[in-house]
Structures are given as C-alpha cells and as structure tokens.
Design a binder for this molecule. Sequence first.
Ligand SMILES: CCCCCCCC/C=C\CCCCCCCCC/C=C/C(=O)SCCNC(=O)CCNC(=O)[C@H](O)C(C)(C)COP(=O)(O)OP(=O)(O)OC[C@H]1O[C@@H](n2cnc3c(N)ncnc32)[C@H](O)[C@@H]1OP(=O)(O)O
Ligand SMILES: Cc1cc2nc3c(=O)[nH]c(=O)nc-3n(C[C@H](O)[C@H](O)[C@H](O)COP(=O)(O)OP(=O)(O)OC[C@H]3O[C@@H](n4cnc5c(N)ncnc54)[C@H](O)[C@@H]3O)c2cc1C
Length: 642
Amino acid sequence: MAAQIWGSEKRARRRREISAKIAQMPELHDSKPLPFMTREEKIMESARKLTILTEKMGQIIDPTDPAELYHLNNEVLGLEGNPMALHGVMFIPALSAQASDEQQAKWLPRALRREIIGTYAQTELGHGTNLQNLETTATYDLATQEFVLHTPQITALKWWPGNLGKSSNYAVVVAHMIIKAKNYGPHPFMVQLRDEKTHEPLPGITIGDIGPKMAYNIVDNGFLGFNKYRIPRTNLLMRHTKVEADGTYIKPPHAKINYSAMVHVRAYMLTGQAIMLASALNIATRYSSVRRQGQIDKSQPEVKVLEYQTQQHRLFPSIARAYAFQFAGAETVKLYEHVLKEMKSGNVSLMADLHALTSGLKSVVTYQTGEGIEQARMACGGHGYSMASYISEIYGVAIGGCTYEGENMVMLLQLARYLVKSAALVKSGQSSKLGPLVAYLGVKSEPTSLIDRIPNSGFTEYVKTFQHVSKRQTLKAADMFFGLMEKGEKREIAWNKCSVELNRASRLHTRLFIVEAFVRRVNEIADIRIKEALTDLLHLHVNYELLDIASYALEDGFLSASQLDYIRDQVYLYLGKIRPNAVSLLDSWEFSDIELRSVLGRRDGNVYENLFKWAKSSPLNKTDVLSSVTQYLKPMMEKARL
Ligand SMILES: CCCCCCCC/C=C\CCCCCCCCC/C=C/C(=O)SCCNC(=O)CCNC(=O)[C@H](O)C(C)(C)COP(=O)(O)OP(=O)(O)OC[C@H]1O[C@@H](n2cnc3c(N)ncnc32)[C@H](O)[C@@H]1OP(=O)(O)O
Ligand SMILES: Cc1cc2nc3c(=O)[nH]c(=O)nc-3n(C[C@H](O)[C@H](O)[C@H](O)COP(=O)(O)OP(=O)(O)OC[C@H]3O[C@@H](n4cnc5c(N)ncnc54)[C@H](O)[C@@H]3O)c2cc1C
C-alpha cells in the first residue's frame, strides 16, 4: 500500500531508509516539543537543523529528487515551516521557469548551493488577489539602463511573502513594469534585499516580519518597501519577456506565463494537503482504536471509540479523500511537469487547461482537507484540543492553503471561466472542440441514473452520475450568465450575479476529476489484496461524495429517493467493511513518530503514559508555585481573606 501511496516500491523503500537514517541522527531531532517553544526558539531550532541538513543532506537523500527533499523536510523541519521554505517552493521554481539561460547560470547555482536565500514577493498590503492593481512599480530609466523599484504608498508594501521578513537576502519581486510612461503590467524581477556579508537591509529597502499568525509561525512572512531602489535592466526575468537596452518591450508567448510559480505551488500543494490530512487522521484513528468510552452492548466491556458508527462516519470518508487527493495530486504534478517542459520550448497551448484544473483542485482539496482535519481533532475529544495531539497545528498550516496561492473563491471563479467557455462550445454545437477534461460536457446523458440497477458495473454508473450533475450545473450556471447578458446586463455584473452558481459548477467539476483519478488508479492496481482494500475505500468515496451533492441529482430526477436510500446504505456497508483496515490504511502512509510530532498518535499506542510524561515536561511544571501566583494571585487571595 505504501508503494501505491508514494508512487512506487522504490519511493516507499527510500522513505523508510530516510526515516531510519534520521532516527539515528539526534542532532536532527526537535530538542524539545515544538508546542513548548516560543516563536523565537522555534525559528532558532529550525535554523539549527537546517544548517546541519545543508551539511549532511547528501548522506541522507538524493538532493536532486524533490520527493526525497520534501520527505526530509517533513521529518526534520516539520510543517510549521523553516527559514528557507519559500526558497525551495517558489524562489527556485520561479527562477527555473522565468529566468533566461544566462540569468539561470548566474543565479541558480548560487541558490542551489544556498549561498543566497530567496523568496517570492508578490502580494501587497492592499492587494493579493487582483494582480492588475498591485502598486509597486519598476520604472525603466533609459539613461542608466536600470529599473527603479518604488513603493508609492503604504498599501503598496509587499506583505505576506514567506521568509521575506528576516531570512531572505534576495527575492523575485513582482512589480508593474513602466517603460516610457507605458504600464506593461506585473512582471518578475530578481532583487537583492540585504547585504550578502552583514545581512543588513540595503539602502532604499524597508523590511521586517509581519508578526505571529494562526500557524506556520517558523516562517517569517514579511513586509518590504522600496524607496526608488535601483536594479540593473538585466534583473527582469527574461526567459519569456524581454526589455532591450533602448526600452523596446518584447512580449511573452502567453499573457500569463509569468504566473508559473503560482501554478507550480498549486500543483504541488495537493499531495502536501493529502499528507496533512492523512497525518491528522492517522493520529485520530490510532487514538480511536485505543480510547475506550461507553458500551454498545451494555453486557459487554467499554468499546474502542472507533467501533461507533458516528466515529467511523467522521473519519473514514476523509481517509478515502486523503487517498483520492494523493492520487489526483500525483496526476496533476505529472501534467504540470509536462506543461512546464512544453512551455520552456515555447508551446503554451496547455497552460489554460492546467490553470483551470489546478485552480479547482487547490480550492476543493484545501477546503475538504481543512474539514477532515478539524473532524479528526474533534474525534479525539478533549485530548484533540491539546497541543499534545498536534492536530490543531496541522489544521492551522493546512487551512492556510485555502488562502495562499489564490483565495479559494477566486480560484474557483477562474475554473468557472473555463467551464463557461466550454459550455458555449456545447451550446454552439462545437463539442468536438472540447478539451479532454471537459469532453463529458458534450456527451448526452441518460435520463436517470442506473446506479442501483447494474450490479458489477464497476464505478461507471457513479462516474456518469457525477458527470451528469457537473454538466447540468455548468450548463445551468452558464445559461444564467448568458441570459443576464442577453437582457442587457454588463458582462462583469452578470458574472458577479451568477458567481455562487458558477462556483458550484467548479466544485462539482473538480469533485468529478478527483473521483475519476481515484477510479483510474484503482483500475491500474495489479496486487489483488491492495486492489480489494482500495476498492472498498473507493466505494465509500463515491457513495459518500454522491450523498453530499445529492440535491443536484434529485433536482431533475436523475436520482430517485430510493436510489438515495441505496447510496446511504452503501455508505454504512462500507464503513463497516473498512473498520478492520482503518488503522492500517493510515499506517501505510508510514509517517514516523518524529514526523507526526504527536504525543496522542504515536505508533506505540501508549497514549496515557505518553500524555502524562508530556504534561509533566511542560515548562509550567518546572516549579510548583509560579511567579504569577506569588506576585498577583497569592496577594489577591490574602487580601480577600483579611
Ligand atoms: C525543502 C524544499 C522542498 C521542495 C520540494 C518541493 C515539493 C513541494 C511540495 C509541496 C508544497 C507544499 C506547499 C506549502 C508551501 C506553502 C508556501 C505558501 C506560499 C504562498 C505563496 C503565495 O501565496 S504567492 C502569491 C499567490 N497569489 C495569487 O495566487 C494571486 C491570485 N490571483 C491570480 O492568480 C490572478 O490575479 C487571477 C488569476 C485571479 C487574475 O489574474 P489577472 O491577470 O487579473 O487576469 P485577467 O486579466 O482577469 O485574465 C484572466 C485570464 O487569464 C487566465 N489566467 C490567469 N492565470 C493564468 C495562469 N496561471 N495560466 C494560464 N492562464 C491564466 C485566465 O484563465 C483568464 O483567461 P480567459 O478566461 O480570459 O481566457
Ligand atoms: C500562509 C500564507 C503564506 C503566504 N505566502 C505568500 C508568499 O510567499 N508570497 C506572496 O506574494 N504572497 C503570499 N501570501 C499571500 C496570499 O497569496 C494572498 O493572501 C492570497 O492570494 C489572497 O489574497 P488577499 O489576501 O488579497 O485576499 P483578498 O483578495 O482581499 O480576499 C478577501 C475576500 O475577498 C474575496 N474576493 C477577492 N477578490 C474577489 C473576486 N474577484 N471575486 C470574488 N471574491 C473576491 C475573496 O474570496 C475573500 O473572501 C501568503 C498568504 C498566507 C496566508
């Protein structure tokens, strides 16, 4: 199963080897539990481990393999971030995709050797979503052949970029490029922020940390202002766009090609989210198989809470989602790598499809991951609320994904643009022009679902039902939009009036893709035992998801009330079937205790001993009487007694 999850036997074996090596290297372990550290201590601890990793990485992993790097990162540095989180996730990808060969030769080796630390600075205090209204300017000075970066007002301060505040000395900065008074829109520039020797901010740069956040606090998300700060013309990233010395602008082959670093993270973050969901579920499911509370049969001893159907219903559909996201994420990364290769050689024809797909997936996956993690926390009762479970930290980090790399509603609306265009093709009889991801929009569906009528149909009838509701909602939302425009409404106003319906279409389309990715994977599996276990999980997935969106299929009678009962029964059937495999389905992800950082979810299952030991190690328990008591509470009580 681990091979299915991680992509191959080799990958699963390498993960085990890496975890085993790290277990033998105490210098790479947290020196004390992270929840007992202050933010400053955590940042220091992370930097300590990061520098050891830089020295020893080659002994542990193949540093050119992103999957091994990511695993090493999760084990040693953890999900709360590190001083170079953005360096690997956005700075290097931005340089790789957007810098010319010559620029790459100059900067990439230095970045890869970690001579310099970089980030991606785009969002501003006043604007994150609407990139056309970013306010930082890069004005070309023909006389000196330099760009002058400037922050005209407070809302133009860069705000949020990870590791910008304190760690990075370089950044890819996105600014509106102005040449001879003409604004060419947002473009990426390589900018040095700090002196390479002293790490002091360079003159003309105002920089700092934006303060503590809901989670992810090892990362120094920062602010940045420029006061007429000059950089050479050749610091504009020039793989696709060029500015000649005389100010001549050579436009890129696709207007949005400079957005590739965002698409990179959107594609890669899906498996990251799956891992966080599976981690939280691993903790909750292990705990639920240890925790005994109440009886189902009063004549019997107390049961493990995992025996309760409500507990299973709370956890198991999310286990299925974690697998589904992992499989869909793996497909998306493959597609991304393909499109990136094509883009580098000038073929930009697949960019729109990839953008639509990743926009929808990032939104649905992050939202459902958040839901699943929060349910996992609640499933642990009181102990879930303790930082000993570590689930609240996992939640805080994962839920950030709903906002970063494009706020979810906004990204769903991006996919909706693509769906509406596709609907227009269907309506004008041009279905043959539909791309493969939306080809189903042009296929006539049966009048009613055959879900309960064709036994052994595999998952075909389910897929058809998801296709039906997605198609119907897309065409309905598109009709609503076109109808408003026909009545004379301006395009943007009509769009806004339909946007809730449009986003519903985007979610349904994305959920269909996730189901299909799961089905594709299960169909490929040769090992009969693995196939059987995953087929059960897939049964639960399709039935649970369909129940969740059933109103769309009931509206037009595609599903009947009796079919709904059938689907519901299937959910209960598969909850029971999955119960014996539940812990194994999560242990198969092979998270080490070091990586999980959870006292509640350790592999040994000694929940109560571990919790008591952890509580005793709390800094508050170093002394029996705290100074807050001696200084304030004791005098107050004494005064009251007088
Ligand atoms: C130790 C190291 C290990 C490394 C190992 C790697 C493995 C990594 C694994 C896991 C990763 C886990 C990640 C966790 C890290 C967390 C870090 C967080 C970092 C966060 C960073 C950020 O948030 S950066 C800032 C992100 N900002 C945004 O996303 C802004 C959102 N807004 C937009 O994208 C745009 O404004 C928007 C698309 C909404 C509109 O753009 P605009 O230019 O205004 O467009 P418009 O003129 O309206 O035209 C729309 C038109 O353009 C098309 N389009 C838009 N974008 C694209 C695109 N990217 N590609 C193709 N086409 C695009 C769009 O479809 C429209 O087309 P039409 O409909 O008009 O045809
Ligand atoms: C943990 C974290 C890490 C980050 N890291 C980075 C980084 O490294 N680099 C970087 O540059 N940025 C980073 N960001 C910033 C992030 O990319 C933005 O916060 C994000 O893109 C959302 O933009 P915003 O904050 O402007 O939200 P807003 O756009 O102001 O969103 C507020 C609300 O308005 C709605 N809204 C906005 N526009 C529309 C619209 N057109 N239609 C409908 N509804 C709309 C949204 O749906 C939302 O409900 C990070 C953010 C976080 C939380």
